[in-house]
Design a protein around this ligand. Structure first.
Ligand code: GAR
Length: 292
């Protein structure tokens, strides 16, 4: 297969613990423990969703399947979706693909929220590079379609990402949710889903991007850390920030202790953010993410 030039856009953190703990929200005196949505600016029309240096994500209704799509990965993806047999149409219900490599506790939180009728979206696909992972087991138990692949069976990252892209198009996915997907991504996936791919990272970005965020925070001696949900762009954990939650860091904490405390908050925060997307409430204005 001929290679599409793709650049690595981020380095996934090493999971510190896959152990699950019961949810214990842990209020923090004096700290903002709730995601703080930014209010709409009265009288100002939301801008189309754009990321720096990239074209606006066009309304799928206005998609043009002509040769104008050449060199526009998002338009090519829409063309591919439209060529496939149609189920319920591209956007109804809002369809989410979760990418996970490990325990999948964030994925499970999304399934539980959907089951409770509070996600406003359908978890339409789980993508995993680890066939034996707990995330895959959870998807099968919940009856969620699974696409698993074994990276070493492909010549390159771009090669397996092209296969994933086809699966996403078939499933008519509106939003990609990275939840502990421990692989580098290339432009093959990132570009077509620019503005429609989000990640959760276990630190208060821009502090401690990359690997072992909790370990970095403990080693640095910070007293507050947390979780960040952000758009995926062309950098490592650099995309516009959508929401954050803070947790205390105690002097006696190990990296594993902190990671578990952060994950308690992630499981509350991430499904809520996905529900905002499903409700069409998230708008991007430069680096500012506004909730309408
Ligand atoms: C989560 O803590 C998430 O923030 C982290 O992996 C964990 C997955 O847990 N992601 C990263 O470190 C990405 N840089 P889960 O599989 O139990 O949801």
């Amino acid at each position: 297969m001929s290679g599409i030039e793709g650049k690595d856009i981020r380095e996934e953190s090493t999971r510190l613990s896959e152990e699950e703990v019961p949810l214990k929200p842990g209020p923090m005196p004096g700290l903002p423990n709730e995601p703080v949505p930014q209010p709409a600016v009265p009288g100002v029309e939301p801008e189309p969703l754009t990321l720096p240096g990239l074209p606006a994500v066009a309304d799928p209704e206005e998609a043009d399947d002509s040769a104008e799509n050449e060199g526009d990965p998002a338009a090519q993806l829409r063309e591919l979706e439209q060529a496939l047999p149609d189920g319920e149409g591209p956007n109804k219900p809002y369809r989410v693909a979760v990418f996970a490599s490990g325990s999948g506790s964030n994925f499970q939180a999304m399934l539980d929220t959907a089951r409770a009728g509070q996600l406003g979206a359908q978890i339409a696909l789980l993508v995993s590079d680890k066939p034996q992972s707990k995330a895959v087991e959870r998807a099968r138990a919940a009856g969620v379609p699974v696409f698993v692949f074994t990276p070493k069976e492909y010549d390159s990252r771009e090669a397996y990402e092209r296969v994933i892209l086809e699966e996403l198009a078939k499933a008519k996915i509106d939003l990609i949710v990275l939840a502990g997907y421990m692989r580098l991504l290339t432009s093959v996936l990132v570009e077509p889903y620019m503005g429609r791919m989000i990640n959760i990272h276990p630190s208060l970005l821009p502090s401690f991007p990359g690997k072992d965020a909790a370990g970095q925070a403990v080693a640095h001696g910070v007293r507050i850390s947390g979780a960040t949900v952000h758009f995926v762009d062309g950098g490592m954990d650099t995309g516009p920030i959508i929401a954050q939650r803070a947790v205390d860091v105690y002097p006696e904490d190990s990296a594993a202790d902190l990671q578990l405390r952060i994950q308690d908050q992630e499981r509350l925060l991430y499904p809520e953010v996905v529900s905002w997307f499903a409700a069409g409430r998230v708008k991007l204005d430069g680096r500012q993410v506004r909730l309408f």
